[in-house]
Write a protein that binds this ligand. Structure first.
Ligand code: FES
Ligand code: FES
Length: 156
């Protein structure tokens, strides 16, 4: 049984697992109850499980939890709140950039990582950044508008 101390949304959380390669996604959802991060494919193919690790967009289904010990993990729950949404979240609401919402947390986290290092991306840069985030509902056009809206409003 291995004990892992993960820093998630600003707090250190200690979790035990008997799987040395347990994916970060499983601990976030099953042990910490952070179900905003979704399990889509489990194969690093869809982006639904994207979280931030030291500001980088990481697919948590494909990241061993032990590999992020000592780094800052941020999930959608840690990005903003109902009262104080992150500018990317506000822009997604303004553009109604979701239908079922299953892909949305991953889209938002990927966009957040993009805007942190490229605050005023071109539409092409937004498209490229989100190319690996799949939306089965076909919300892509509105997602791209939302990210451009957040950027135009200084959404760092
Ligand atoms: S669930 Fe991780 S990329 Fe699809
Ligand atoms: S809004 Fe349904 S998968 Fe994207």
């Amino acid at each position: 049984m291995a004990k892992l101390a993960l820093r998630v949304n600003g707090a250190v959380r200690e979790i035990e697992s008997d799987d040395p390669d347990v994916p970060l996604l499983y601990l976030l959802r099953n042990d910490l109850g952070l179900s905003g991060t979704k399990f889509g494919c489990g194969l690093a193919q869809c982006g639904a499980c994207t979280v931030l690790v030291d500001g980088r967009a990481v697919r948590s289904c494909n990241a061993p939890a032990r590999a992020v010990v000592g780094q800052d993990v941020v999930t959608i729950e840690g990005l903003g709140s109902d009262d104080r949404p992150d500018p990317v979240q506000s822009a997604f609401i303004a553009e109604q950039a979701a239908q079922c919402g299953y892909c949305t947390a991953g889209m938002v986290m990927t966009a957040r990582a993009l805007l942190a290092h490229t605050p005023r991306p071109s539409e092409q840069q937004v498209r490229e950044a989100l190319a690996g985030n799949l939306c089965r509902c076909g919300s892509h056009a509105r997602v791209i508008r939302a990210v451009l809206r957040a950027a135009a409003q200084g959404g760092r």
